[in-house]
Design a protein around this ligand. Structure first.
Ligand SMILES: NC(=O)c1ccc[n+]([C@@H]2O[C@H](COP(=O)([O-])OP(=O)(O)OC[C@H]3O[C@@H](n4cnc5c(N)ncnc54)[C@H](OP(=O)(O)O)[C@@H]3O)[C@@H](O)[C@H]2O)c1
Length: 264
């Protein structure tokens, strides 16, 4: 039987790599992002026996998201695997950030992920099978000055995913949280998360999107609850509970402040 994947944020970066790897395994894919032209070009670039479907939706818009899910229900669409990958970052001092931008990021990273997970898990639980994979980040376990709202949104992703997994495992449904370090996509560029001037981007090794996609595919196969990718993410997540808070905050500030003025 053909496995069906719904992948959000699939027009570039990690999501596109997940779509490529799922297609190589013969999956039928529904790719979601906002920019329809880019999505169409991404779908066309994917080799595979089954042509990927696309849906252009702003997942941060709750009305558009509800309409999208209602349309999937009306068509009887039931994904075997859902990958909540679409996410945005916003760095810099929290109080200096534009609220509309932060709000859109939080709605995408948390509300849309929770809404889609809730929708998917209901169907999967009823069928007794399915996998949900949620893209978190290595900073999920740490308060991160100058990347504060993003890191906090990923703490939500990790905690929701692991708790959902615990509730649903007995019903044949797995929920995985994936924790990558910095990944070589356009995520950190100016106009997006804007991390290029930070020490975290300058000092630490990054991983490629294909590595993260392989971890996602493996999490689905092996029904992993939490996946930490590479030694940097391992150190960031492993040391979080044991470091004195003051030292930890000073260290994270050093890594994420970048060339940005501090607020008073
Ligand atoms: N790259 C990293 O360093 C890194 C590290 C740890 C975790 N992550 C996480 O991994 C995930 C993917 O990151 P990435 O590096 O692949 O990002 P990316 O290259 O910036 O790609 C983001 C994808 O999400 C889509 N998207 C953005 N806003 C959306 C919205 N409102 N509605 C629907 N789709 C939207 C984008 O397409 P449109 O713009 O056309 O909508 C694009 O397809 C994110 O959750 C991110 O937080 C990334």
């Amino acid at each position: 039987m053909t496995t069906t994947y719904l992948i959000t944020g699939a027009s570039e970066g990690i999501g596109l790599e997940i779509a490529r790897q799922a297609a190589a395994e013969g999956a039928a894919i529904l790719m979601v992002a906002r920019d329809e032209a880019r999505l169409r070009a991404a779908a066309t670039s994917i080799a595979g026996a089954i042509r990927p479907q696309i849906a252009a939706v702003d997942l941060a818009d709750p009305v558009a998201l509800d309409a999208f899910l209602a349309d999937l229900d009306a068509r009887g669409y039931r994904p075997d695997v859902v990958v909540n990958n679409a996410g945005q970052g916003a760095s810099g001092a929290f109080v200096d950030a534009d609220w509309a931008r932060l709000d859109a990021m939080l709605r995408l990273n948390m509300n849309a992920l929770a809404r889609i997970s809730h929708w998917a898990a209901r169907g999967m639980k009823a069928r007794g099978a399915g996998a949900i994979v949620n893209l978190s980040a290595a900073v999920a376990t740490r308060p991160t000055p100058y990347f504060a709202a993003y890191a906090a949104s990923k703490a939500f992703v990790t905690n929701l995913s692991i708790a959902m997994d615990s509730e649903l495992r007995g019903f044949g449904v797995s929920v995985s949280a994936i924790h990558p370090p910095a990944v070589r996509t356009s995520f950190g560029t100016a106009g997006k998360a804007d991390l290029k001037s930070t020490l975290v981007h300058k000092l630490f090794p990054t991983v490629g999107p294909a590595t993260v996609a392989r971890a996602v595919m493996s999490a689905v196969r092996r029904r992993r609850r939490s996946v930490i990718i590479g030694p940097v993410a391992g150190i960031v997540m492993g040391t979080a509970p044991i470091l004195p808070r003051g030292f930890d905050l000073a260290f994270m500030t050093l890594l994420f402040k970048g060339k940005r003025p501090a607020t008073a």
